[in-house]
Design a protein around this ligand. Structure first.
Ligand SMILES: [Fe+2]
Length: 314
């Protein structure tokens, strides 16, 4: 496989695990296409053309230095100039895959948050409420990333002539689906049962050893879970804190999150929702591993770094 085929596989896998279903994703893309078609020629030149084919704009091909068959991949959670220099110094890396968005992936982070409304809706929050709270939060996140120097690692990849992509929401969709299926199958009764269940997952076991294992940040271990929602795993970043009250009204008792800010924690507590923090980098690792498994099955050697703990599932 070449770089573009690897990237396309990530997008395809992300769609396969998307809460919106493939039809919902297609509708999202179709709206972008319609918007593009309605633009003037001048506006079309400035439009992010990737939006009409890629539903996950936080994931991008940042540089193709040499368009060759990829035999060895270096994959990590955060890839900046230092990591790219490390990749170069190893001498035999054909492609670097990062998880967190950089470049145009970071400036478009708000766009993938559109899927969150469908996730909340899946768990019973009316779509009008989910969208009404989601749209201002998307605007807030989009404003928040304007300060960053997005292109820094992309510039480094170009100078070093390294093939470099990042895969964010497709990987987060994969882990969200894995956790959703696990919760639906095992139906844990208490918060402690959720934690015990997660500790059977190798990436979380490793995180426990490193001091960052799954833990509740609101509610007690002995609390019964009620309805469990996997709402804070995919969709770019944390949703609106105001959604906790709405989730509570929709009958949700426990939320599984990668991480949560103090404001989110407080709002969840006020709404009597248990939040279980699965763990940020460990959860990111699961999603990336599910994708990397497919590359390894295709004969590509995988080396991991930058926080990614590699466990295979085949
Ligand atoms: Fe992350």
């Amino acid at each position: 496989m070449k770089t573009k085929e690897i990237f396309d596989l990530a997008i395809k896998m992300g769609i396969g695990s998307d809460f919106r279903g493939s039809l919902g994703v297609q509708k999202f893309i179709d709206k972008k296409k319609k918007k593009y078609d309605s633009l003037s020629e001048g506006a079309k030149e400035l439009y992010d053309i990737e939006a009409i084919t890629n539903p996950y704009l936080d994931s991008r091909i940042h540089n193709i230095g040499e368009d060759k068959e990829i035999k060895k991949v270096l994959a990590g959670i955060d890839v900046d100039t230092a990591e790219l220099l490390l990749a170069k110094s190893l001498g035999d890396i054909d492609l670097v895959i990062g998880h967190h968005p950089v470049g145009k992936g970071l400036s478009s982070l708000g766009d993938v948050m559109n899927l969150q409304a469908d996730v909340y809706n899946y768990y019973g929050v009316p779509i009008n409420i989910a969208e009404a709270l989601n749209f201002p939060r998307i605007a807030e996140v989009s404003r928040g990333v304007t300060a960053s120097n997005h292109q820094k690692p992309v510039d480094a990849a170009k100078i070093l002539n390294i093939n470099y992509i990042n895969v964010h929401t497709p990987a987060d969709n994969l882990v969200a689906k894995l956790l959703k299926d696990l919760i639906e199958k095992e139906n844990p009764e208490t918060v402690e049962d959720v934690i015990s269940l997660f500790k059977e997952i190798p990436e979380y076991r490793e995180a426990v050893k490193n001091g960052s294992g799954p833990k509740p940040i609101t509610g007690k271990l002995e609390n019964r879970c009620g309805k469990i929602a996997i709402t804070e795993i995919t969709g770019g970043t944390e949703g609106s804190p105001k959604l906790f009250e709405k989730m509570s009204q929709a009958g949700i008792g426990t939320v599984i999150a990668m991480h949560a800010s103090e404001e989110h924690r407080k709002k969840a507590e006020e709404a009597h929702i248990n939040i279980v923090i699965a763990g940020h980098i460990s959860t990111d690792s699961i999603g990336m591993n599910l994708f990397l498994d497919e590359l390894e099955k295709a004969g590509i050697e995988i080396v991991t770094f930058s926080g990614l703990t590699r466990f295979k599932r085949f």
